[in-house]
Each structure stands twice: as C-alpha cells, then as structure tokens.
Design a protein around this ligand. Structure first.
Ligand code: ZN
Length: 359
C-alpha cells in the first residue's frame, strides 16, 4: 500500500449536518492518516457550541453558508493515537485538546501573531470545513495542546469557549482591582467573567434578564449578578462606584437594545470589549464614547491563548466543571443538539462523549 493510499479519506461515522434542520449520524469521508506535522486524535469529548446550533437551525452564520453536508463540532478533547513525521513534544497516549482554527502560517496575520483573523483560517465546523464530532480527527500538532493530568476531558473540551473569555480579558488590558460589568450570562458571558476575575478584576458584575442564568453565574466568588428585568445595570454600577462607572464593560449579548446605553455603565477612560455578535448592524452612540474617551476592543475567537487557559484551569483558579449541564453519548448526538436548540435557561454547556481510547 502506498502512502498516498493511506492518506486517502475513508468513510467514518460522524454527526453530519446535511442541510438546515437535518442532522444525521452516518458515514462520511474523513482523512485517516496524519501527515507530517499532524497528529491523529481519538476524540473523547465535544462541547456543543451556539455556532453549531445556529448552523443547525439557520443553515448559515453571516457569510458562512452550509451548502454541502458538514460534520459539526469544534470544542474537543481526546487522546493522541498516532503522530505524523516530524512531530515533537506530543506522543501517542497524550491527553490533549485542540484549537479548532488552522491559519495559513505564512500569512501576514499569522506573522503578526493575530492568526485568528487570517482570512484563510480553516476553522472546524465553519463551512466548508468539517468539524470534530467523529471518533477520530487529524490535526496539526502546533494547534494541539497537552492536558495536565488533573484536567479532565470535559474541561479540555471547555478550553475553546473559555479561550474566547480569555481573549476578551486580555484585550481589556485589566489592571489589578478593576471593576468589570459583563452583559449577558450565557456560556461566553460567564467564562468572560471568570477570565476577568483571574486576570485581576476585584469584582465582576454579570447582568442578564434570565434569572436561571444568573444563578449559574452567582455560584462563583467575585461575581455579583444583576437581574436587569428588575433593576438597571447602570444603577447598580453607579451605586457600587460612586457614579464613576465600571472600568471595563464586556458586551456578551449581541442584543441590539444593549448597545443604546452601553456607554452609560463605563467610567471615563474605561474600556468596552465587544464580544457578542449582533445578527444585524447596530447603531452606536459614538459621541457619548468620545465624551468619555472610551477605548473600544473587539474579539473574534482568540490567538495564543490556549496555553494560558489550560494553565488557569489546571491551577484550580478557574473551575469550569459546574458549567457542564448535561453529557450525551455520541449515539444520542441529535438528541443533544435538539436539547441545545431548546435553550433551557439552566443549560450552560452540553457535551457529547465519544468512545475515546484507553491507549
Ligand atoms: Zn465554540
């Protein structure tokens, strides 16, 4: 058998999004052999992300349209079962998690260290790239990260969404003792709050209109929740800061109504980090931002964050385990997705368990 034959894609079972609203667990051609610089991973755990669910229910996210059947999933951890030529630092049996975006390493964006905004980035489960809800995946070793023994696969699969929170906290340039406000208590909101606390914030307020979501956030020391169906976040922040405002506001809702008053909660010279993605363009009151010389930052996924995210989880300073709401077997993947579509207010992260390996 020649090497080329070995490298050929072969049928493998996977969770396939056939088209909008149609999922199937069926065979689909997937690469089977790691090339130079790549590793093969037996996938153990995959988290269901809002983007996976959105492709399922809408068939598209902005310009990314599901035109052909696509394997879903991009938040994964597993065990290395094979290493390609030239791979150092990773070996068979290593427990790992994978960064799902693979940039063109010679691109200008990559050379600048901002490979997340490389226009050529190939990201799992973003059309036309297959995701990782399949028992085995091939991935570049450079984007595969060893998990310390005390970090579970479930936590490993949470590194991806947590990395968004970490990128947000990093972009905010937190100073020790900062007071932050996170708008939105969804998974990314809570993980941003945890990253902001780990990054030095003295207190992080998290606001939402759904009480159950706030209950999840409220279990963490350092987080104070604000039920904005009852009180205004600006009033709470003003009461806390003598009407000075929060040092940092993280926008994690993408809800258009929020953008009208977002500057009211920020102190002069403070920072707003835009993390949530509104479906349509939203108006922003630029003059109110100028009047406070507010710094604005935007976040698109993350770059050079995984190592730090894993360090924090391993240190015990950030505990993501309480955020896993339910775990389904791979055979029940479609049930898992339909549960995610329900968007139960008490659900934070739903995960899918694959066979994995005991190499
Ligand atoms: Zn995700």
């Amino acid at each position: 058998m020649t090497l080329d034959t070995l490298n050929e894609a072969r049928p493998s079972v996977a969770l396939v999004l056939e088209e909008q609203n149609v999922l199937a667990i069926r065979d689909i051609d997937m690469p089977t052999k790691p090339k130079a610089g790549e590793v093969k991973i037996a996938v153990d755990t995959v988290g269901v992300c809002g983007s996976d669910v959105h492709y399922y229910t809408h068939g598209r996210i902005g310009p990314f349209v599901v035109n052909d059947p696509m394997v879903l999933g991009h938040e994964a951890a597993g065990t290395i079962t094979e290493v390609g030529e030239g791979v150092t630092g990773l070996k068979v049996g290593d427990r790992v998690c994978m960064e799902p975006g693979i940039p063109d390493m010679s691109s200008r964006a990559s050379k600048l260290g901002m490979y997340n905004v490389d226009p050529a980035v190939a990201f799992w489960a973003t059309p036309p790239i297959h995701g990782c809800l399949t028992p085995n995946v091939i991935h570049p070793a450079a984007f595969t990260y060893k998990l310390p023994d005390n970090v579970t696969f479930a936590e490993g699969a949470m590194v991806e969404p947590f990395a968004v929170g970490m990128q947000s906290a990093t972009k905010a340039k937190i100073q020790p003792g900062d007071i932050a406000l996170v708008l939105g208590a969804g998974p990314i909101g809570v993980m941003t709050a945890l990253a902001a606390l780990a990054g030095g914030c003295a207190e992080v307020f998290v606001s939402d209109i759904v009480a159950e979501k706030l209950t999840v956030a409220a279990q963490y020391d350092g987080i104070t929740t604000i039920d904005v169906s009852k009180v205004s976040a600006v009033d709470v922040i003003n009461a806390k800061t003598d009407s000075w405002g929060a040092d940092i506001v993280f926008e994690c809702t993408g809800a258009p109504a929020v953008f009208k008053t977002i500057t009211d909660a920020v102190r002069p010279g403070g920072c707003i980090v835009f993390v949530g993605m509104p479906v349509d363009p939203v108006p922003l009151d630029l003059v109110s931002m100028q009047a406070k010389e507010i710094r604005m930052e935007t976040v698109f996924r993350y770059a050079n964050i995984y190592d730090r995210a894993i360090n924090l989880i391993a240190s015990g300073k950030v505990d993501l385990k309480p955020l896993v709401s339910a775990t389904f077997d791979f055979a029940d993947s479609i049930v898992a997705f339909d549960r995610a579509v329900e968007a139960r207010p008490t659900d934070v992260k739903i995960q899918i368990k694959l066979p994995g390996t005991t190499v």
